[in-house]
Design a protein around this ligand. Structure first.
Ligand SMILES: *Cc1c(COP(=O)(O)O)cnc(C)c1O
Length: 421
């Protein structure tokens, strides 16, 4: 019997066995209370980049606690936040010039939306529409749910969500439809911003599209004077093969959101970067033009110190080479599934690989999801399919052998689930 008083996220407790407790983490592994080791093939919900408890990040956290806990971030600043902001501007797409801190991916996107609306409001221009891509996910607050795909996840709140304009997902061959639709919305003159997950829609099912679409959307946004917001909460920090996904389209978004890998996954922190124009639109002797946003734990110094250590790792270790190696391993391993009747849409972008299990009745709520999850767990893998979408998004320290075994497990579990073993 589950005597825990904890209510877990995205968990139907009536159907779930009692939670296993994790007692330690190390590299690509979690160890549970029974001493069972699990390969963390989803990077603990996409946050762990280099591996669990990277020594340099742990050291930076310990050192920071000698000097700091939480410090109010209005009226005062601190060295870790200053250093991190300067470092972020250095590696971010050229032209981003200011960094606003918050504490989760959702809040970084809320901040981005508020920045965009404030930008027009402060200039006395009426622009109140946000354009998003069908199937996208931007977080679980009311604002970001409004921007994200409407589904069973937000049915209970639907009536209070605000309206946004949606573009069809740019499937291969139909990219122009997406661009044309965006242009149609822009012509109406009310679009404040387009908000997209660049290159991969993560929670929407690891749907991948090309950099040319991203560049095309940016160009249209520019022509019509609306802001381009890149939600790089998942795609940042090398997930798609480059530092940021926008790098592949060679674009600078007007606003960029980053969170998950920002501290290497060690502590909660988020940042919303923007171009000077957005900052300047809030700069005034008129106090009404202030950017009115804060959360209590904004720019937590210990989290900022962890992120500074993460920047150092990117500077000093061959992170991009590790990512390229994982990318190549995914490609090799995925080959055997290309003509496999059990799967469709075998795809990959950087360190993310995904394939759709051809299961009857395969929506997100179908039993195939939990069932496969448990089968993977039995085999020592943390792999959580999104409905019938099986994907791997490992930390960058994963070895070729470990990845190979994960693919073996996918092969085996698919046969069991489909009753063909
Ligand atoms: C995870 C995610 C978010 C939300 O981040 P949280 O830290 O969970 O609030 C927003 N956007 C994208 C693209 C994400 O993958």
């Amino acid at each position: 019997m589950n005597r825990s008083t904890v209510w877990h996220p995205f968990t139907q407790h009536a159907l779930e066995p009692p939670m296993k407790r994790i007692v330690s983490t190390d590299g690509a592994y979690l160890t549970d209370e029974n001493g069972k080791r699990l390969l963390d093939a989803n990077s603990s919900w996409w946050v762990i980049t280099h591996g669990h408890r990277h020594p340099e990040i742990m050291k930076a956290i310990r050192t920071a606690t000698d000097s700091y806990d939480q410090i109010i971030f209005a009226e005062y600043s601190h060295e870790p936040a200053e250093q991190l902001a300067a470092g972020l501007i250095e590696i971010a797409p050229r032209g981003l010039s200011h960094v606003f801190y918050s504490d989760s991916g959702s809040t970084s996107v809320e901040v981005a939306i508020k920045m965009a609306l404030g930008y027009f409001h402060n200039q006395g221009e009426i622009r109140d529409r946000i354009v998003v891509m069908e199937g996208s996910y931007h977080g679980d607050t009311v604002g970001t749910m409004s921007a994200g795909e409407r589904s069973v996840f937000n049915a209970a709140y639907e009536r209070l969500l605000f309206g946004v304009d949606r573009l069809p997902f740019p499937t291969t061959g139909d990219e122009q439809d997406t661009l044309d639709k965006f242009e149609d919305y822009c012509r109406l003159g009310r679009v404040a911003a387009i908000l997209v997950e660049p290159l991969i829609l993560g929670a929407g099912g690891m749907r991948i599209y090309g950099a040319a679409v991203l560049a095309g959307l940016k160009e249209i946004a520019e022509q019509h004077g609306c802001l381009f917001i890149a939600d790089e909460v998942m795609t940042g920090w090398g997930r798609t093969g480059t530092q940021f996904a926008c790098d592949q389209a060679k674009i600078t978004p007007d606003i960029l959101c980053t969170s998950k890998g920002l501290t290497g996954g060690s502590l909660p922190l988020a940042a919303t970067l923007c171009i000077a124009d957005v900052y300047d639109a809030h700069l005034s002797s008129d106090r009404r033009k202030t950017f009115f946003h804060s959360s209590s734990y904004t720019a937590n110094p210990i989290a900022c110190a962890a992120a500074v250590a993460n920047l150092e790792i990117w500077r000093n270790e061959p992170v991009l080479e590790r990512i390229a190696r994982i990318s190549a391993l995914h490609r090799e391993n995925l080959e055997r599934f290309q003509n496999d009747q059990r799967f469709v849409n075998v795809r990959q972008s950087g360190t993310v690989a995904a394939l759709d299990l051809v299961a009857p009745n395969s929506g997100y709520l179908a039993d195939v999801g939990p069932r496969t999850r448990w089968l993977f767990r039995e085999r020592g893998f943390l792999i959580r399919p999104l409905g019938n979408v099986v994907y791997l998004m490992p930390p960058y320290c994963v070895t070729a052998d470990e990845l190979g075994c994960a693919y073996e497990a996918i092969d085996e579990v698919a046969s069991i689930v489909l009753g063909r073993s």
